[in-house]
Every structure is written in structure tokens, then in C-alpha cells.
Write a protein of this length. Structure first.
Length: 57
């Protein structure tokens, strides 16, 4: 289950992307979560997904 707090979600997602997944799409598919929900939640605190870096910045 993903953290509901956007800052905790940021830390969780970036760690998983760094350590286990080659893309946000792969992460979402494997966990069965909607990519847009993560993107929207993190955008609410000023972060966006950078594909080249494979992290939210």
C-alpha cells in the first residue's frame, strides 16, 4: 500500500525507482497502481517525474 502523505510518497517512490524499477510505468504496473494518481499527488507538492533521471524532482 502506498503512503497517502505526498512527502512520504515522494520518498517511497523515488527509493523504489532508484533501487528496483527502470521507469515509473514499470513501478505502477508491477504494484497495480494508477500512474496518474502518483503524478497528481506529487505535483500537489511541487514535484514532477523526470524520465531521464527516473525520479521525481
Amino acid at each position: 500500500m502506498l503512503p497517502k502523505d505526498p512527502i512520504m510518497l515522494l520518498s517511497y517512490v523515488n527509493t523504489k525507482l532508484r533501487d528496483y524499477y527502470g521507469s515509473l510505468k514499470q513501478f505502477c504496473e508491477e504494484l497495480g497502481v494508477k500512474e496518474q494518481e502518483i503524478v497528481d499527488s506529487l505535483a500537489s507538492v511541487g514535484y514532477h517525474y523526470d524520465e531521464e533521471r527516473n525520479q521525481f524532482v
